[in-house]
Design a protein around this ligand. Structure first.
Ligand code: DGL
Length: 260
């Protein structure tokens, strides 16, 4: 057992959607979250840049004694997790677009995927799509512009709604019945997406699956915190606008600015 924290990072505030799932499932665990908002979005950066930023975040979380690292970013997972697993001693949990359940459940044989350019162009994403979705139509959409709007506090804005309308139209035209969210910022869009999508479209988000996997790996490695902590130590850091981070977590957890 270990009371060292779970380390979590994302290119910005989106990965808090994963942090919340982990905290709900493992309320006794201490956690540290890094929002690398200064460098967001990662989605349009080169594979090498995404790797270097992922290394920087990982090393900071390790200096803060993380016992496991959750890469709460599809873009960083699909471009960097293999390297991280090969080069650091702690277990890593990643997140990838959940193409498999969508491909298994679709009746219209058409599914939409909204993700960053970095995720859609990664080898890992192509491999997964080839294995699970070769007999269905996958309508890929680069969500260019969505992350910067969320990072600048414009989650609920006319700009966001019209951008989403443009991105969803080709998918709706192709009669999708599942939409896979391939970026950890996007679960915050679910209420807006539900308004814009036909009722039959199921939205697939892998946040809960990531939390369950984190629990499984902690259990398997005998790393769960079994000390009775009344209040777990939870700390979120951003190197960008701290008020926007605080508002997305409804001021429920301690958050502060850190230059990293
Ligand atoms: N939350 C990141 C992801 O899951 C956003 C990437 C970005 O910064 O573009 O991919």
């Amino acid at each position: 057992m270990s009371n060292r924290p779970i380390g979590i990072f994302d290119s910005g505030i989106g990965g808090t959607s994963i942090f919340k799932e982990i905290h709900a499932l493992l309320p006794n665990e201490n956690s540290i979250y890094l929002a690398d908002s200064k460098n967001a979005p990662y989605g349009n950066k080169s594979e090498e840049d995404i790797l270097q930023l992922s290394i920087k975040n990982t090393e900071l979380l390790l200096r803060k004694k993380s016992k496991i690292i959750v890469v709460a970013c599809n873009t960083a997972t699909t471009n960097a997790i293999a390297y991280l697993r090969n080069n650091y001693d702690v277990p890593f949990i990643g997140i990838e677009p959940a193409i498999k359940p969508a491909a298994l459940k679709t009746r219209t044989k058409a599914v939409g995927i909204l993700a960053t350019k970095g995720t859609l162009s990664s080898q890992l994403f192509h491999k997964t799509t080839d294995i699970y979705a070769s007999d269905i139509e996958v309508i890929e959409q680069d969500g260019d512009g969505i992350v910067p709007l969320i990072e600048s506090g414009k989650l609920h804005s006319d700009e966001m709604e019209s951008l989403l309308k443009t991105y969803l139209k080709p998918m709706i035209d192709k009669n999708i019945d599942h939409l896979v969210l391939g970026c950890t910022h996007y679960p915050y869009l679910i209420p807006i997406l539900k308004k814009l999508l036909p009722e039959k479209v199921t939205i697939i988000d892998s946040g809960l699956a990531v939390a369950k996997q984190t629990k499984n790996i902690l259990t398997a490695n005998n790393l769960l915190n079994q000390l009775e902590t009344k209040e777990p130590y939870i700390k979120l850091y951003s190197n960008g606008n701290i008020d926007i981070l605080k508002s997305i977590i409804d001021n429920e957890f301690e958050a502060s600015y850190l230059d990293f």
